[in-house]
Design a protein around this ligand. Structure first.
Ligand SMILES: Nc1ncnc2c1ncn2[C@@H]1O[C@H](COP(=O)(O)OP(=O)(O)OP(=O)(O)O)[C@@H](O)[C@H]1O
Length: 128
């Protein structure tokens, strides 16, 4: 049945997320950073548009990390010997994650720096 195949494919995808969280150190780092960013966003009451940009960024970083892990496994499946093409495939995939991680830092700073500025300015006024 069609819906059974759909449910099975969702379960396989969830297993992929579980694998990434359980076996990939970088994925766990992303998760911790995500929790910190969501707590900060809720504290500062960022705007709806900022939430959307933030969620898009978080989703993109995590998705890229999962694809990177998939490429690493596919390469390891093909060879466990040193191969220049294997190195290129893994380095390219890691490069894709790094590009977006760098962009996400810029996005995070652009969203949070103005709030941090106001927060510290107000707390300085409060202590005067
Ligand atoms: N079969 C291979 N042939 C050539 N170079 C490889 C091969 N496997 C890995 N490498 C090189 O070693 C690096 C580290 O590979 P590894 O498989 O440990 O993944 P990783 O980048 O450390 O990922 P993670 O930290 O998420 O496990 C790769 O980025 C690549 O440059």
């Amino acid at each position: 049945m069609r819906w059974k195949r759909f449910v099975a494919s969702v379960l396989y995808a969830l297993n992929g997320i579980r694998l990434a969280v359980c076996h990939e150190r970088n994925m766990r780092i992303h998760l911790v950073a995500t929790v910190a960013v969501i707590v900060a966003a809720a504290m500062f009451r960022i705007s709806k548009m900022e939430w959307l940009v933030l969620l898009l960024t978080i989703g993109a970083v995590m998705s890229l990390e999962i694809v990177n892990s998939a490429i690493e496994r596919a390469v390891d499946l093909v060879t466990d010997e040193y191969r220049p093409l294997a190195k290129e495939a893994k380095d390219l995939a890691a490069g894709a994650v790094l590009v977006f991680a760098f962009i996400s830092v810029i996005i995070g700073l652009s969203i949070f720096l103005p709030y941090l500025y106001v927060f510290f300015k107000n707390s300085l006024h409060f202590h005067k």
